[in-house]
Design a protein around this ligand. Sequence first.
Ligand SMILES: *[C@@H]1O[C@H](CO)[C@@H](O)[C@H](O)[C@H]1NC(C)=O
Length: 260
Amino acid sequence: MSRRQANPMRRFVDSGSFSLAGALHSKPRSSPILPIGLVLVGAILLIGYVYSGSGKFRGEAVSRIGGDYSCSVEVQRVIPFLKKAYGDSMHKVLHVGPDTCSVVNKLLKEEETEAWGVEPYDIEDAEATCKSLVHKGIVRVADIKFPLPYRPKSFSLVIVSDALDYLSPRYLNKTLPELTRVASDGLVVFTGYPGNQRAKVAELSKFGRPAKMRGSSWWVRFFLQNSLEENEGAIKKFEQAASKGSYHPACQVFHLKPYQ
Ligand SMILES: *[C@@H]1O[C@H](CO)[C@@H](O)[C@H](O)[C@H]1NC(C)=O
């Protein structure tokens, strides 16, 4: 059956190549159209090759951006150092940022740590464990451009990762004080380094705008404008623990004091 279908196909290809060969041999000199045609075919093949080549190159660049890192993953990695830096202040943690379910799950495995999460983006394709955290009210899906649904100082420590990179200064002016408002002992901010690109093009609709990575001097100035002080004690302890653990940060980490 399949062989019968294949045979006419092959005959068609054979006869096609046969007639092309016939054309090449039958009128070698009389027709100037043939060499021009061959040159055209060659040019088209060459252009096609160049285009497919550059397309492949572009594809690689995109996937390298797509194979990005995430500061929410970084948060999970540095939990032991955060514990060294914050000690008892880790007893009631709020994490805010993409992939918060993973961070909350990891925090909940720590002894004497309660954890909650705010997921700033939709989690339609979330796993069952994440859906269950949302169902229990441990993780909330909330737009962090608006006030957080918590009372002042509801948490001992608030950790935010990635999310701030997607906000313009206008919104940061509201969101950062909001995050600080719900923290009694401190706020830890994880942001990307400038030059580290994030978010696949396909994800831009989810995040609303591309991430903007700001340098540390930009952030420090921004904190000062918003009357937020860096927590020197926590910075020192965190850095000591991190260097003992041979940790090389892939994200910028800022430790801020709570409001008085
Ligand atoms: C953010 O707030 C600071 C301090 O209140 C102000 O100087 C700055 O202009 C504000 N930026 C924007 C974009 O609203």
